[in-house]
Design a binder for this molecule. Structure first.
Ligand code: DX5
Ligand code: ZN
Length: 228
């Protein structure tokens, strides 16, 4: 089976990366807005997959990823908020995901899922919800490209940043090596991004802060100055 994606993380060498979350894009003008945020310097597009079960919301499926893959060469960072991540790895890989991130809360076999993602040549990440302790990633810490720390309860864009996640970001950073990334997602704006950066995060997902702004390109640049 041919998987179009390629692990992007070894090639993204910037100190701090910006990942606009397409959950908040204006879908009627998605191409224009994607072009604008990439031209403004965003490195990777974040795609939130929700199954209406792991989280109480529905978002996008593999056909959307497939269209995005055809539209842009930008790396696609797929965040699976689904009850059965094992079932969805293959369809999203075939659709063109470059990196697959699943929740540790959704599986008791994270090592097997990571091995499958690796076989498909993609980046592999694990995600923790706000109530999940840092130790939950310990069994797979040396197998992954990145950890995604949710800084809101997953399910919806536009929520307020949970400051109590900062100590966990520090704890997880201490468990990772230099080449591994720590991504934060939820309520990220220039101010909260700066706090997360100080705690050790280096990939910044932002939905509303970028796409609900009057000028998404300017919002990317403001976020960049905050984390530089
Ligand atoms: C929330 C998603 C996020 C969301 C972030 O469950 O994982 O990626 O799009 O949106 P903002 O940046 O608006 O909090
Ligand atoms: Zn996300």
């Amino acid at each position: 089976m041919a998987y179009p994606g390629k692990n992007p993380w070894p090639h993204l060498t910037g100190d701090a990366l910006i990942a606009p979350s397409l959950l908040s894009v204006d879908f009627a003008r998605a191409g224009v807005q994607i072009d604008a945020v990439l031209a403004a310097g965003a490195e990777i597009l974040h795609i939130d997959i929700m199954d209406g079960h792991f989280v109480p919301n529905l978002s996008m499926g593999p056909p959307v990823v497939e269209k995005l893959r055809r539209y842009t060469p930008a790396p696609l960072d797929v965040h699976l908020m689904v009850t059965d991540p094992g079932f969805f790895l293959e369809p999203f890989a075939l659709a063109g995901a470059d990196s697959l991130n699943f929740h540790v809360e959704a599986t008791d076999k994270p090592g097997q899922l990571i091995a499958r993602i690796r076989e498909m040549g993609l980046g592999a990440g694990v995600t923790v919800k706000p109530q999940t302790p840092a130790e939950a990633i310990a069994p797979v810490a040396d197998l992954i490209d990145l950890v995604l720390v949710m800084t809101v309860e997953p399910g919806f864009g536009g929520q307020s940043f949970l400051e109590d996640q900062l100590p966990k970001i520090e704890a997880i950073r201490a468990m990772l090596t230099k080449g591994q990334r720590l991504e934060v997602d939820g309520g990220i704006n220039p101010q909260t991004a700066r706090q997360c950066r100080a705690a050790g995060a280096d990939v910044f997902v932002a939905g509303n802060n970028i796409f609900a702004a009057p000028n998404p390109a300017a919002a990317v640049k403001e976020l960049r100055s905050a984390i530089q």
